[in-house]
Write a protein that binds this ligand. Structure first.
Ligand SMILES: C[S@@+](CC[C@H](N)C(=O)[O-])C[C@H]1O[C@@H](n2cnc3c(N)ncnc32)[C@H](O)[C@@H]1O
Length: 219
């Protein structure tokens, strides 16, 4: 079915707003901590208080969660922690070219448990490749989930990629339960490290969305 022009206009306008927001937030070259699906910001505000020398950005699709996260950051007086409402792949495509990641956190992402919905899972090889294009060798990616099927899938993807390697002895830098972690009877964690294998900057598009006309890719 063809995409309606009104929908295309809405997406183009959201993308342009996001690009503006990100260029104001991140005006000069910087390597940021990126938390995807930060929810109410429990983890990132705690982490930014401890790792005060770095700049941290949490994103989430849901506005009410971002509003709560921002309040948390303000109450804690954190100038190094920001929350943006957006989709992860839209964030990657809209990020200024001079921004890279010093670490990536994905805590309890939506598992899309039904087999026919697995295609909607965020953590897939194409996503890891796109993130690799914004990272240097040794950059850690922390992943935690209570869904064993999703955990196995991500573990298998990572083991097959040349741009990331599983780091079985890597340390989890801060234990700070998120909302979903506190509800989970058990969970599984892994750390992956960026390898030296080159990765080309790529555009990655969320299911159901059109490709951006002018992606801001790193050189
Ligand atoms: C299961 S909740 C986990 C929230 C938090 N990390 C925690 O552990 O409590 C998953 C979160 O990811 C957000 N989310 C899902 N898909 C996303 C996407 N593609 N981009 C950004 N956020 C997303 C959802 O809105 C939700 O807040």
């Amino acid at each position: 079915m063809p995409i309606r022009p009104a929908f295309l206009d809405l997406i183009a306008s959201r993308r342009s707003q996001l690009r503006k927001e990100l260029s104001v937030l991140l005006p000069s070259p910087v390597a940021i901590t990126w938390e995807i699906g930060c929810g109410h910001g429990h983890f990132l505000t705690a982490y930014a208080s401890v790792i005060s020398r770095r700049f941290h950005v949490g994103i989430d699709l849901r506005l009410e969660r971002i509003i709560k996260a921002r309040r948390k950051g303000e109450r804690a007086g954190l100038a190094n922690c920001h929350f943006v409402r957006c989709e992860a792949r839209e964030f990657l495509n809209g990020l200024p070219p001079h921004v890279t990641f010093s670490e990536i956190w994905v805590l309890f992402p939506d598992p899309w448990p039904k087999v026919r919905h697995h295609k909607n899972r965020l953590l897939q090889p194409k996503f890891f490749e796109a993130v690799a294009g914004r990272t240097e060798e040794g950059t850690p990616l922390y992943f935690r989930t209570d869904h064993v099927g999703y955990f196995r899938e991500v573990y298998t993807f990572l083991a097959s990629l040349t741009t990331w390697r599983l780091a079985s002895t890597a340390v989890w830098p801060l234990e700070w339960p998120t909302v979903f972690q506190s509800r989970a009877p058990s969970y599984h964690s892994l750390v992956a490290l960026r390898t030296a294998h080159p990765a080309k900057p790529t555009v990655i598009v969320a299911p159901g969305l059109p490709a951006p006309e002018k992606p801001t890719l790193p050189a």
